[in-house]
Design a protein around this ligand. Structure first.
Ligand code: URA
Length: 239
């Protein structure tokens, strides 16, 4: 792959901008500057520095972000900052999108990628990818409320009741539950329909993959094993 195209694919700007960066001597491999934008390189496993900052070549990126409150998942946020502002600029430039949305006041696990089939697999209603949440409630948790969530509640504009799985009480005002759909404000509306109110919501796992230790506002790349554990048939993996 030509160097200028390689750099462009990683989100460092237009082809022209990347050409100029390379010609300025900003691009190096193992400390050796490569300043010919037309040089052909095998990108597989390539590690390079740009203005001294290290990068790995990635055909696609798969990112785990612990979303804080006050950030919108939309690419054109209106009332709050967008989650893209929590990522390095090249990741936003290369078109990374969240796999589904969290409300601005919901915190926790968000997957982002620039791999269209991966985003589709994570969000498709037909795949029923499980998403686990912990909800803090305004009123004490009751066994009737837990049972209503397990049995299913009918939400406005829905034709069928929606049920949660693995519903459990964690404390007097806290429950954990898993849903396999991604309807608008689904957990908040389900808890309201079951007679309570969500005061705070955290997503703790997607597709069985737990968020693990990651501070609010922090992000990291998914490991190859984590990616394989998700319900996504990556090309060439035979999954
Ligand atoms: N359900 C909600 O109500 N809000 C979210 O952000 C996610 C699921």
């Amino acid at each position: 792959m030509e160097l200028e195209r390689l750099l462009q694919s990683q989100g460092f700007g237009s082809r022209k901008m990347c050409r100029k960066l390379i010609q300025s001597g900003a691009f190096a491999i193992d400390g050796v500057v490569h300043d010919n934008p037309r040089e052909s390189l095998d990108p597989t496993g390539l590690q390079f520095t740009l203005d001294g900052e290290s990068w790995d070549y990635r055909e696609h990126v798969y990112i785990l972000l612990n979303k804080p409150e006050g950030f919108e998942c939309s690419t054109s946020p209106t009332h709050h900052e967008g989650v893209h502002s929590l990522l390095p600029l090249p990741l936003a430039v290369r078109g990374v999108q969240p796999a589904g949305r969290l409300d601005q006041d919901t915190t926790g696990m968000l997957l982002l990628s620039d791999d269209g089939p991966f985003l589709h697999a994570m969000m498709s209603p037909r795949r029923h990818v499980p998403k686990r949440y912990v909800a803090t409630t305004k009123h004490p948790v009751t066994s009737e409320m837990l049972q209503a969530l397990r049995d299913g509640v009918l939400l406005r504009d829905e034709t069928e009741p929606l049920a949660a799985t693995d519903v459990m009480s964690l404390s007097s005002h806290e429950i954990a539950l898993t849903i396999t759909q991604g309807k608008y404000h689904q957990v908040k509306r389900m808890v309201a329909a079951a007679g309570n109110r969500v005061e705070h919501l955290v997503r703790t796992a997607i597709g069985g993959l737990p968020m693990g230790d990651l501070a609010l506002g922090e992000w990291r790349y998914l490991s190859p094993d984590e990616l394989l554990s998700l319900p996504y048939e990556a090309p060439g993996t035979g999954k």
